[in-house]
Design a protein around this ligand. Structure first.
Ligand code: PMP
Length: 427
């Protein structure tokens, strides 16, 4: 019967007749863009196939490249202790918990991870979700309501924006890291809404800079909003021991109402968390749809994250090394005349290009010379703010950093000299 099934499936054409998805305007726009880049001989750098564990190096098309496109900031993904913890959890619990935690999916390893996260921030409790993106969507979308106000940084991640949109609350943006502008919005509007949430990131994923957390806390005390900080990129990166933006800014983490983070960067897994008061966590555990109606986190992922916390605690020198590597990258880049925006080398370093097409072409040129760094183009960043984004890891060697910067500066200069991008894109 199996063979018959396969034969029948093979005989059927894969494409449906009258596939109306093909008419979606966004899809047509993507196809047009692809046709233009093909015409210009610029290959698409997205969805490239990698093999093995991505860190300071990665494997593309059977080659080993120096890699600046991985969130593996402290080199913990691929660490034997992390892999062993994940394998042991699979042996014990299986691959899935096969139910929502509320009903039959609760396992000791979930509670262990959540205790670990809460202790990391010195707060009462934490709750783990199966996706980082879904954590922001579920928490913000569920906590906030149409009569409320959400104010967030103009560079806030898509998951914050989607959560805010779904909540139905009034949304206001303030220019990136401009807390005077934030205060103006609060002074004018905070009193006319029931709940007010201010959402920022611990380390911005596009520019590699961070907010003045101490001032945010004092604004919170003055205006009485809920302060939410997304630590996706700052956990393990900021602060002397990797305890994030609170440690970096000398702020008591208990002064932040809602800590949000992901397991997909330093913690080498997949998933997200909210940490804060016991009441906040209890509320989400019993009522947030993205938690209640979703399967519990796979045990292997929870175990890997716990092993990463162990390593972070035991080997804080990884954080020091990451910072030294970032500073080296930025110094060398500036010496070479590259524009790194406001980044000081905290794990994320943009190299500004401006034109989207030029950024894509530059990324391809670098890969030809053994350096993998991805372009970030509109709409992820504003038009004319296209850049290559370099994610630094503690595992990069000084030689790898110097070589990558030299190649980037060389190719960047060649494309600028040729006028590639702006004129061609406009033509
Ligand atoms: N918040 C921020 C600031 C992010 O950059 C990301 C993704 N990189 C997320 C949330 C979503 O996390 P995940 O990729 O783990 O779903």
């Amino acid at each position: 019967p199996e063979a018959r099934g396969e034969t029948a499936a093979a005989a059927r054409p894969a494409r449906k007749r009258n596939d109306r998805f093909a008419d979606l305007q966004e899809l047509k726009d993507i196809k047009t863009q692809q046709a233009v880049t093909d015409l210009l001989g610029v290959t698409n750098p997205f969805f490239r196939l990698h093999d093995g564990v991505a860190g300071a190096t990665t494997h593309i098309d059977g080659r080993t490249d120096i890699n600046f496109a991985s969130y593996n900031y402290l080199g913990l993904n691929g660490h034997p202790e992390v892999a062993a913890a994940a394998k042991a959890a699979i042996d014990h619990y299986g691959v899935s918990v096969s139910a929502s935690r509320l009903v039959a999916g609760e396992r000791p390893i979930h509670r262990e991870l959540e205790r670990r996260i809460a202790d990391f921030y010195g707060v009462e409790a934490a709750i783990a979700f199966v996706s980082g993106h879904a954590t922001n969507v579920a928490a913000i979308g569920h906590l906030m309501r149409p009569k409320d106000l959400i104010v967030y940084d103009s560079l806030a991640h898509n998951s914050i924006v989607v959560g805010a949109t779904l909540s139905g609350a009034t949304r206001r943006l303030f220019p990136h890291n401009d807390l005077d502008a934030l205060e103006e919005i609060l002074a004018q509007q905070a009193h006319s809404h029931e709940r007010v949430l201010v959402a920022v990131e611990g380390l911005y994923s596009m520019d590699g800079d961070f907010p003045d957390l101490a001032r945010l806390v004092s604004l919170r005390d003055r205006y009485g909003f809920w302060l939410m900080v997304d630590e996706a990129h700052s956990l393990g990166v900021l602060g002397k021991t990797g305890h994030g933006v609170a440690e970096e800014c000398g702020v008591d983490p208990r002064d932040v109402d809602i800590w949000m983070g992901t397991l997909s960067k330093t913690l080498s897994g997949c998933g997200g968390f909210i940490a804060g008061s016991a009441a906040l966590v209890e509320y989400l555990k019993f009522t947030a749809p993205g938690f209640v109606y979703s399967v519990g986190m796979p045990p292997a992922v929870a175990a890997a994250a716990i092993a990463c916390f162990d390593l972070l605690e035991r080997e804080p020198e990884r954080v020091t090394q990451l910072r030294a590597n970032g500073v080296r990258f930025v110094e060398k880049a500036k010496e070479a005349g590259l524009d790194v925006g406001s980044s000081t080398g905290l794990a994320i370093v943009p190299v500004m290009v401006g034109d989207s097409l030029r950024a894509v072409h530059l990324s391809n040129r670098l890969l030809e010379r053994g350096v993998n760094a991805l372009p970030i183009i509109h709409p992820a960043v504003p038009e004319r703010s296209a850049r290559l984004r370099f994610f630094i890891t503690s595992e990069h060697t000084p030689e790898q950093i110097d070589e990558a910067v030299a190649i980037t500066a060389d190719e960047h200069a060649k494309l600028a000299k040729a006028g590639f991008g702006i004129k061609m894109a406009a033509a």
